[in-house]
Design a protein around this ligand. Structure first.
Ligand code: C5P
Length: 232
């Protein structure tokens, strides 16, 4: 059997302190990784340009901006980001924000994901904000609103993926962080699943950071995950 080298459904989170370190990591990972997520740590210090360089080399790019502002601003920001030819962009899953992002994206190939409920928010934190919904019902409410707004998918915990998959079309993206291969440290992630179980539950894409970037051999860690994913 041919060795599985990579899986484009796995977005590696480049949560590193500088573009130089991120570029060194990309070089180490080489053809073991096809897709990268660039988030708030790197975006203000050259992360956008890094994404464009990686895109030019044929990688898939996910800009995790988590936009949340008035409609006109979200629409214009999304239009700017759509011009970068990235593949995925996050916005907070509020109905007005999602509708504005869909408008700003227009006909560009950029796919918009709604961040349903941050996994760092527990019931007490939601109550303090003023939400009376449970986290689970808030997630499902926002999935419906994402569908109505015409965006392309959501970011959610792997433990919610099955409930979401049951109510969305086949091509709706369900992107799950909180993924840990067997034996990997959970770190600050609480609601975790293995790569294969997240996919079996209905995730279309996985976001994996530290289990790859902090591994002794990141390339081997990425290839082991790709091999596990290939069966699903
Ligand atoms: O290192 P780790 O695999 O935990 O990285 C997960 C990535 O997914 C991080 O970039 C983190 O910001 C992001 N994320 C998350 N939970 C969410 C949304 C995004 O862990 N609910």
């Amino acid at each position: 059997m041919a060795k599985i080298k990579s899986d484009a459904r796995c977005y590696v989170a480049l949560d590193l302190p500088s573009v130089a370190e991120a570029e060194a990591m990309v070089e180490r990972l080489d053809d073991a990784v096809e897709s990268y997520k660039i988030g708030l740590q790197l975006l203000p210090i050259g992360g956008v340009e890094l994404g464009q360089r990686l895109k030019a080399k044929g990688k898939n790019i996910f800009y995790d901006f988590k936009l949340h502002d008035i409609g006109a601003t979200v629409e214009k920001a999304t239009r700017s980001i759509a011009g970068l030819r990235a593949d995925l962009l996050t916005v907070h899953a509020r109905p007005d924000v999602m509708r504005s992002a869909a408008k700003g994206r227009g006909n560009a190939s950029l796919k918009i994901l709604g961040v349903t409920v941050l996994t760092s928010l527990d019931q007490a934190a939601l109550g303090a904000i003023g939400y009376s919904d449970t986290a689970e019902s808030l997630v499902m409410r926002r999935v419906q609103q994402a569908l109505e707004a015409g965006i392309d998918g959501v970011v959610a915990s792997p433990l919610e993926a099955a409930a979401i998959r049951a109510v969305v079309p086949k091509d709706f993206l369900v992107v799950t962080p909180g993924v840990r291969p067997k034996g990997a440290a959970a770190g600050d992630q609480k609601r975790i699943a293995t790569p294969s179980s997240a996919l079996r539950s209905g995730a279309s894409h996985l976001v994996i950071g530290r289990p790859i970037t902090q591994a002794d051999d990141p390339r081997q860690a990425a290839q082991e995950i790709a091999a596990e994913m290939s069966g699903v």
